[in-house]
Design a protein around this ligand. Structure first.
Ligand code: ADP
Ligand code: MG
Length: 231
């Protein structure tokens, strides 16, 4: 996207945003609450138009900020939903989704309703649904924002592993600088609303990365400094 502006009435959410994501790249967009991160994803996914500037994106699958699971469907049918929407039969969609259940730590929970699953499991179901949509670009909106610290760390690990197995182009939105540095190839830092790109950091480190790694700590500090966040 380039020169993108989006306002809701008097509230300017994004102003003059340029962003490019190369095929196969994982780009994290980080910024304070309300700076327009979810808005940016909805523009990329074509859910709403920009007021100015251009947005060019391949077909994208969105994992919304709240997991978006349907409470009346089982875990398996929630995971299979994108395939059903794309026209697969119930049996074929379930079979394709179920093939991932063991690796996603969901085996035995096929029939469970979302409300009975842990937060981490719900996120895995939601991510699996997004993955199975089969789109070249995955847009993940604060996928781990609602998880406690330990579950969040585990979730970051399985996300990295899942993407290592099935590489995709990923646009990950988070307010957590450390999460961005642990997962992304590139970190795009947005200002307070209206969101503008204040800095872009390359993260040329092999994965998996440890939060205690010197280079990770340094990049995290650089990112926080660029955001103007004093520790
Ligand atoms: P973030 O995801 O970074 O927290 P959002 O993109 O959700 O930020 O929102 C950016 C700003 O735009 C906020 O001030 C929010 O209240 C406003 N906003 C977002 N969506 C709408 C909408 N549909 N109608 C009106 N205001 C909106
Ligand atoms: Mg948001």
């Amino acid at each position: 996207m380039s020169g993108v502006r989006k306002a809701y009435g008097d509230v300017v959410a994004l102003d003059g945003v340029d962003l490019r994501v190369a095929a196969g790249e994982l780009v994290a967009v980080v910024g304070p609450s309300g700076c327009g991160k979810s808005t940016l994803l909805s523009l990329v996914c074509g859910l709403e138009p920009a007021d100015a500037g251009t947005v060019e994106a391949p077909a994208a699958a969105l994992m919304p900020q709240r997991d978006g699971l349907l409470p009346w469907l089982s875990a398996l049918d929630n995971a299979a939903l994108a395939l059903r929407v794309a026209g697969a039969s119930k049996a074929a969609a379930r079979e394709a989704a179920h093939a991932h259940f063991v690796r996603f730590g969901l085996e035995g929970f096929e029939k469970a309703r979302p409300a009975t699953l842990s937060g981490g499991m719900r996120q895995r179901v939601a991510f699996l649904r997004t993955l199975l949509a089969g789109r070249p670009l995955l847009c993940l909106d604060e996928p781990f924002g609602a998880l406690d610290a330990l579950t969040r760390t585990q979730a970051q690990t399985w996300l990295a592993e899942a993407l290592a197995r099935e590489p995709r182009t990923v646009l990950l939105v988070t307010h957590d600088v450390e999460e961005a540095v642990l997962l992304a190839d590139r970190v795009v830092l947005l200002s307070q609303r209206p969101g503008r790109v204040v800095s872009v950091l390359d993260v040329p480190l092999a994965r998996p990365r440890a939060r205690t790694e010197q280079a990770v700590v340094e990049l995290r500090e650089r990112a926080l400094a660029a955001l103007g966040v004093a520790e």
